[in-house]
Design a protein around this ligand. Sequence first.
Ligand code: FES
Ligand SMILES: [Fe+2]
Length: 428
Amino acid sequence: MTQILPPPTATETAEYVQDRVDEGYFRVNRAALVDEQVYEAELRSIFDHSWLYVGHESELPKTGDYLSRTVANRPLIFWRATDGTVRVYLNTCRHRGAMLCRVPTGNARGLSCFYHAWTYASTGELTGLPDAGGYGPDFDRSRFSLRSPARVESYRGFVFCCFDGDAPDLATYLGRAADYLDLVADQSPEMEIVTGTHEYAMDANWKLFVENSLDGYHLLPLHRTYFDYLKEAEGSYMDPRQETRAEDLGTGHAVITVEGPWARPVARWRPAMGEENREYIEQQRRALDEKFGAERGRRIAETDRNLLIFPNLIINDIMGVVVRTITPVSAGRTVVSQWTLATKGEPESVRSRRLDSFVTFQGPGGLASPDDNEACESCQLGFAAREEVRWSDISRGIHKERTGEPFVASDEIQQRAFWRQWQRLVAS
Ligand code: FES
Ligand SMILES: [Fe+2]
């Protein structure tokens, strides 16, 4: 049985991160990546109060469409109700708790609990109560509607929930990160999640994979197989001299921006996209310039971005758009769910190229994701020596915090932004 320890005190937690800009170092105590009491403290202080990604509105195209999701360890139903609105419910029967929805996806005007058949409409009301007379005249059905998280809001089609009713609204929470979500959402008049979820798990702490998803300099050493393939198959290679940027977007959000060597289905044609797609992609590119002006059009089309919406949503907008959540289930175990976001209505040949690039690089069995899993799990194994080797270094580029020089993707300001917010919340 797992022993639940009391949460660490502020003084103990303060030692998890040593943030010493003046002395030129930033480091994290490896206990913060191993101890179960830290994981318990994170659930209470981060996941119970942050806005967390549930899904994208395009995943529910028809009324009645629903998906089951797990967010912050809560089972949820993500459902387009018969009135057309997108709802998020806690997936637990108001009677005795059974999960109302027990399949990953479906379409229904209402759902009936398999245990005693209480039935709920997609708008949440308890509509079916077998042998209702048995409850007597005082039973008030309206008190037994499905419950929702305290807050549910959507930004540009991305639906989030928050279990803290006193949290700021979603747009305020996103702050400067909203601009980067706009760059993703503006790629075409309508974007859609391609049906299907990649789900995989790793024996590593969730924060390692957040760091990895924003890490701008592991690509060449860790993903050599992929870059060798890219060079051979597509003639493109990563130029280490290319210009990159890294930004702390405030309150834990961060982004790195790169102009990668690969083709982007929106809207950077490269020979690997095939001549048959060239006209369509170049026309998309012109449409972006016309709609947003040359500068923003260029930003949308030519730059790749890896965005973190604190604490656990990653959007990797590179050779395709990956929307990824990183969910801890214990200190040493993490579940990753990811989807790909695409231009609605794009030609089949572009879509198939997009999906190909997505699975080749970032699919769970692709040429990169298994490397990242392996690296995170290897770190976790290395932490067994944490009594002797206590600290992980996250100092790269810290001198620029004093000089004001711009950060590049191979700095670690993005990881420090995450850890600083982690420290503020877990230690408060
Ligand atoms: S637990 Fe759902 S009807 Fe009893
Ligand atoms: Fe990677």
